[in-house]
Design a protein around this ligand. Structure first.
Ligand code: HEM
Length: 182
């Protein structure tokens, strides 16, 4: 998985916790990469899962809450770094409908080794959508955080319910029901 996910995770830990906590979790996780990430590098997604587990141990926060918070933070960073993707998009559901066929495609051009997940959207109504997530990685909880980060970026409230699907293992496939609350 692309290094940007790792560098942003470390930034979040430094911002929300401290530089010492960053060092502590790198030490505890005993990573094959040694924890020295660059945004254009490519690393095993298992490392970020390992780092989140270690952060949970060190901070006492639940893994689920940390992944969710990371998804929200990451969306904000994507929006800062790739502001052009947000031109002429009026709301979060419209934006999410562009991720599969436009944004994740552009991402693959920008980061050639990227293999983003599959996201398919079925718009049921102006304020309601089904988003189906499938990946070879168990990152459905991260997708939930990104969805909430997206709603927050557009200053909208979206009720998100997630149904886990079997996929190729826990967390690899899910169906999200999204309802925008007026
Ligand atoms: C709500 C909108 C979005 C959702 C739900 C979403 C979902 C995800 C998830 C869950 C992953 C983790 C990898 C996996 O599951 O296999 C991912 C990877 C990624 N996404 Fe998105 N994403 C969204 C928007 C964006 C945007 C706006 C950008 C960039 C501007 C972006 C760029 C990336 C990149 C660079 C990766 C890493 C892929 C790799 O390393 O193989 N995503 N996305």
């Amino acid at each position: 998985m692309k290094g940007i996910i790792f560098t942003e995770f470390m930034e979040m830990v430094e911002d929300r916790f401290s530089e010492e906590v960053v060092e502590e979790i790198i030490e505890l996780a005993d990573l094959p990469s040694g924890g020295a990430y660059t945004s254009l590098g490519t690393y095993s997604h298992a490392e970020v899962l390992n780092l989140v587990t270690c952060l949970s141990q060190v901070s006492g926060a639940k893994v689920e809450d940390l992944v969710q918070a990371f998804g929200e933070y990451l969306f904000g960073r994507f929006a800062d770094v790739h502001a052009d993707f947000f031109d002429n998009v009026s709301g979060s559901l419209d934006f999410m409908m562009k991720v599969e066929d436009y944004i994740h495609i552009e991402v693959q051009k920008l980061y050639p080794e990227a293999t983003p997940p599959k996201l398919s959207c079925n718009r049921i109504a102006d304020n309601e959508m089904i988003l189906h997530y499938a990946s070879h990685r168990p990152f459905a909880p991260l997708a939930k955080g990104l969805i909430q980060g997206c709603a927050g970026w557009f200053k909208e409230t979206i009720e998100v319910s997630m149904d886990a699907l079997p996929g190729t293992g826990p967390g690899t496939e899910a169906r999200f029901h999204l309802v925008k609350v007026a």
